[in-house]
Design a protein around this ligand. Structure first.
Ligand code: ASP
Length: 355
């Protein structure tokens, strides 16, 4: 009798141990890491050289480099793409967003982390902020140094990103970007240095919080509409419309504006000077574009502040919309999605005022 009891206890212990070994610890949140490439997955021949290639190592290597994440969550990984984010595309965005929506709908998933390059993470983050349909945490992370570098910043960024994705307090804060201990909102974040590890800032709105070795402190919720409350959807969308950004300088040539229109751009974003201003000839070219049915949104090349209506350019007369505080790159993202719904400039201005 006593011997039978010992055998039963032993078998039960084996079952529990096997469950834990297989990653079925139901006490911990389930986090899925979707890898897209970037320097975080980059590699170089030596630990100290500047040159490297982005998107070289796979998601398993990224996960295995940070075994400590298993203390935070039960983690699984999937490879969505493996590109430097300079090659991020509408097609990858659509695939990524669709997969996030699928995963987020499952009650077996508590949070999602996306590894990405730093170059365009702000565009991908804002796109996802507009089209993913969940209040569960969706967190992008990246690194300035390749995985093979001395003092690579990727592993701690992944650790902190998983800590944020596993945190119930992260729910309802929209898509976030976690790098160098900071938690940014996808709408507010921008890359400010081509080389520094501390490159990301949220100039107008400030941080959403910080994550210090996986301990999160929360400061705010994003104010603008996002994720589950967003009107934008990628359901059934196979491609996004072409929107070009025109960089304005003193005495800028107007050729690029005419050329973009002639080659099929459905909308233009001007990266204007100051409050979204441009030269007289550029404004004439913009009027020609609008006359051909092209939607135009004025943004600014200045890194902070916001572009207002009818300040120096008379938007009501010209027929332009303004981007507010959205950078030209982010204005382009919103415009691509807005064009799926309308080409009416008043309705488009309304989207820019709310998103
Ligand atoms: N070119 C790289 C990328 O965006 C840079 C980085 O990740 O830091 O993929």
């Amino acid at each position: 009798m006593k011997f039978n009891k010992i055998v039963i206890v032993f078998i039960l212990a084996l079952i529990v141990a096997a469950g834990a070994w297989a990653g079925e610890d139901t006490d911990k949140p389930n986090v899925v890491i979707l890898a897209t490439g970037g320097t975080i997955a980059g590699s170089a021949e030596t630990q100290t050289q500047a040159g490297y290639t982005s998107g070289q190592v796979g998601v398993d290597v990224l996960i295995n480099a940070v075994p400590q994440i298993k203390e935070l969550a039960d983690v699984t990984g999937e490879q969505i793409s493996n590109v430097g984010s300079q090659d991020m595309s509408d097609a990858i965005w659509l695939t990524l967003a669709a997969r996030i929506n699928e995963l987020a709908a499952s009650d077996k998933v508590d949070g999602i982390v996306i590894t990405h390059g730093t170059d365009t993470i702000e565009e991908t983050g804002y796109f996802l902020n507009l089209v993913v349909k969940t209040d569960k945490p969706v967190v992008l992370t990246a690194a300035m140094r390749p995985s093979t570098a001395l003092s690579a910043d990727g592993p701690l960024n992944i650790f902190n990103a998983v800590a944020v994705a596993a945190d119930p307090e992260a729910k309802g804060r929209g898509v976030m970007v976690v790098t160098n201990d900071d938690i940014h909102g996808a709408r507010s974040i921008t890359k400010t240095s081509a080389t520094d590890v501390q490159t990301f800032m949220s100039p107008e709105r400030g941080l959403i919080g910080v994550s210090l070795y996986g301990v999160n402190r929360w400061f705010r919720y994003p104010y603008r509409t996002h994720t589950s409350k967003s009107e934008f959807s990628i359901e059934g969308v196979k491609a996004l419309p072409r929107v070009d950004v025109i960089y304005i300088t003193a005495d800028v040539s107007t050729d690029l504006i005419d050329c973009a229109v002639a080659n099929g751009a459905k909308a233009l974003v001007t990266a204007g000077v100051g409050n979204g201003n441009m030269t007289g000839p550029a404004l004439e070219a913009i009027k020609r574009a609008i006359a051909k049915g092209v939607v135009v949104v004025r943004a600014t090349r200045v890194p902070s502040g916001s572009v207002g209506r009818n300040v120096e350019v008379q938007d009501d007369e010209v027929g332009t919309a303004v981007s507010g505080e959205l950078s030209p790159a982010k204005a382009r993202v919103l415009l691509k999605l807005a064009l799926l719904k309308t080409t009416d400039v008043v309705a488009i201005q309304d989207y820019f005022d709310r998103y």
